[in-house]
Design a protein around this ligand. Sequence first.
Ligand SMILES: [Zn+2]
Ligand SMILES: [Zn+2]
Length: 310
Amino acid sequence: MRAALLHGPGDLRVEEIEEPDGEVGVRVEAATACATDVKCLRHGHLILDPYPARFGHETVGRREDTGELVLVGDSVACGRCRACAAGRAQLCERMTWVLGGFAERIAAPAGALHAVPDGLEPAGAAMAEPLAAAVHAVARAGAAPGADAAVLGGGTMGLMLARLLVLAGCEVTLADRHAERRAQAQAFGATAVERLGRHDIVLEAVGRPDAWRAAIAAAAPGATVVLVGGCPSGSEVTLPAAPLHYAELDVRGAFHHDRAEVDEALALLASGAVDWRALAGETIGLAALHDALLRPSGGEARKIVVDPRL
Ligand SMILES: [Zn+2]
Ligand SMILES: [Zn+2]
């Protein structure tokens, strides 16, 4: 079968490889790409296997045994470690990562699979993976109806966060310097600005040290700040001490999701509450993936959709 393999930073090759082994074989119909995939290609990533490594973690396809359309979840928690026992499976210390969506076929543990609701297309269902992380981040923010909530960054994750906060009944402001992304945020029901004021809830969705500092600067006294964007590995972030102490800021990380959050995301996409078509970009084959991932971002925020059958 054909698969996109990483041979090292910046070195992606589409090759014929052995069919992967695993509990359930799935023929891939759509795999969406995100900033993590760009990171994997440019710099490598701690979740990757040794090179050559398969990647792609937002994957939908048909089970070979039943023909059912499934989302192949990108992780299976062990269920027994300290984090799992505490009900925080997203922090599992012995997580099994399931990567390799950028390929004609993937093999996955049955525990990674989620049934796709009727009527939801493969490309839309694939977005349940990042949307589940947004569901998790919004839960970490403790957003109540009527709350003044802000999102820093209008990439696809920022737009998903804004939409979920709108659905939660918050007054939502999203900041991004691109006019096209501000227009997307407005279509999702948020107010869009170039720069945030001060807000009771701030979700950071950029993933750079300067953006983490900007999120703290946009926090009103007593605010909750949720850091959703992961900084490049090895980053250290200097934060101002005064607001952390005197303004009693509640600064939290948000990482990944659990199984229930993935199912919640699938339901939101199937019902149309989150319009996945507004976040879908071009559909490409495996051969075009390298160039598409390295294309400079700008303009509208849209996810690349890979259909390995093209
Ligand atoms: Zn992703
Ligand atoms: Zn665990």
